[in-house]
Design a protein around this ligand. Sequence first.
Ligand SMILES: [Zn+2]
Ligand SMILES: [Zn+2]
Length: 229
Amino acid sequence: MLRQAAPEVFQISLMPRNSINCYIIEGVLVDSGIRSSYTAVKKILRNIPVYKHILTHAHADHQGCSDQICAEFSIPLLCHPNEVFRTETGLVTTDYPAPQHWIAKLQQKYWAGQGHKVEQTVVENDMIGNFRVIETPGHSPGHISLFREHDGVLIIGDVATNMNLITTAVGLKCPPNIFTTDQQRNIQSLQKLAQLNPSVICFGHGPVLHNTNRKFEKFVAECSAHNES
Ligand SMILES: [Zn+2]
Ligand SMILES: [Zn+2]
């Protein structure tokens, strides 16, 4: 399902209840869902052309059909240098705290896509159209977010989710520990993003949040306090 979240920002909801999303921002595909998302993503890209594909991070629910999409549309793949190994090999769970966990094994077997050559890497302050690359490590070592200054649109990846991934109840959450390399570092990345005062937040998991009452900043303050105690 396709929804417009802001000018030239489209949310592609790949699973019921927005549980896995990817986005098209100014002609760039951000993430690609799981391996079986290919048909749905391909169909949408026939109507909304893209010239590049970038990953917030190389987990199975974000790179799942990246190889097929890049091949089908002949577009380059971009990610942060610290995501290159997993992006190119498709060994996506190698930075999990417990790569041998049964859920990690299931994700690798059924969700992950083939590896794909990274054409270009991106780091802090690089621009993707009008979106600035913000390094937000923690959930994974080379996780990035994308921020458009003039209207406050933030593509947050998995630094936070707007859904409980087990119950699917909507609400702000830190990503689950079992899929997160370093939760402390992830909270520091959340604090960095809160300082940007985002207006519209687009998550890898959960519905888009219109941050009218500074809900996001309050959540980050709570996480930070909780983590210090
Ligand atoms: Zn992730
Ligand atoms: Zn994810």
